[in-house]
Design a protein around this ligand. Sequence first.
Ligand code: ADP
Length: 437
Amino acid sequence: MAKDHAIVELQHVYQMYGRGERRFTAVQDVNLTVREGEFVVLLGPSGCGKSTLLRIITGLQSPSEGTVLYRGEPLRGVNPHATIVFQTFALFPWLTVLENVEVALKAKGVPAKLRVARALDWIDVVGLDGFEMAYPRELSGGMRQKVGFARAMAVEPELLCLDEPFSALDVLSAESLRGELLELWVGGKIPTKAILMVTHNIDEAVYLADRIVVMEKNPGRIVNELQIGLPHPRQRKSPEYLRIVDQVYALLVGQTQPEAIELGSAPGEPGRTRSLPAIRIGDLAGLLEHVAESAKPAHDVYVLKDELGVDDDYLFRLIDAAEMLGFGTVSQGDFIITPLGETFAAASILARKEIFATRISRIPIFRWLMGLLKAAEGNELEREVILRALELEFPPEEAERQLDIIIEWGRYAELLSYDDDREVIFLERAPAVKTAA
Ligand code: ADP
């Protein structure tokens, strides 16, 4: 497909919201072109204006300032060439799968006879063959979202806009639906000319996108772009793939301290092995949500202590964890959340686990343990064995505590598991997911 033809162009787009003193700039000077053949992903923290941009592009609202061109012509009113798929698709509960897909075609004025045939085709394409007469309540979440896709695709939009379309699904359904979307798109099985997707999930962005556009908030703006030159289907374990995932994280983490100093070294290596702070991950998420929700960029650490109702010691541990993971920084007594921290705070449970897994995999003590487990027979080791190794670095009590923290974090990230009865730690097996073949 030709890549040079612009489908949609935003030129110096601004969006202001609110009145009088409450007026603020939600989107500032956005310039973005989506070309024919491109799959573009918008990535950024909650509130950076991603949904606003999707609404502007689909013509559901016009910007306060700036120009929106569709195929070179100024866009007026609702964009007839674009369709949005939302996170959770609102299906009509009293209509069957077939009728739910037909509704969109009816609204487009497609004649009745054609409607049924086309709806049936799309139900087949998304893999719901045999469920035409089922009602939404009889379907799983993943299947309902497939109906949503079928409904969006049936009108054959030239531009497909996706607003976190996989984030409400379980891991397997999300992965299978991503695979199906890629198959349709890369295989040229749909008339759609370009896809623009909003997501919080970094791996999903790297897996699907030709180009990732990174945004920041206060005010919402584009701060970076990254072209992903990898062919499909992408190999998640390949060095090139992992390098790009790292690059995207770096763009989102922004300016933190040099990581080598911050993270320390692994047990057995020269240098200090940095201990992990004893915190509950739910509390860390709570801190980040609290900071992300308020409009202030910097939070006085002592005010935070009162706002969160925790003691000094625990707050420092939470902040320490946030810094280790690249979710926040401390400067002159203020805690400042990074764009990655904001992304984490706004993400779904699954995307949070994914972000957490990537971040802890960079911490030397964690990498060390993963390396031991990978090399061990059956990918498992007795707790005692690891404890002995940690006792070379820490006093016995602290070694015990460190191991508990590593296990808790690893479990949360779904990277490792612990069998209480046998007292063994083992690597979590990656789910055998279906991807676009
Ligand atoms: P995102 O999709 O990245 O989370 P949004 O586009 O939803 O961002 O919102 C950007 C900013 O604009 C946020 O601060 C949000 O609260 C604000 N906002 C969005 N829509 C409106 C609206 N209709 N009225 C007032 N403020 C809005």
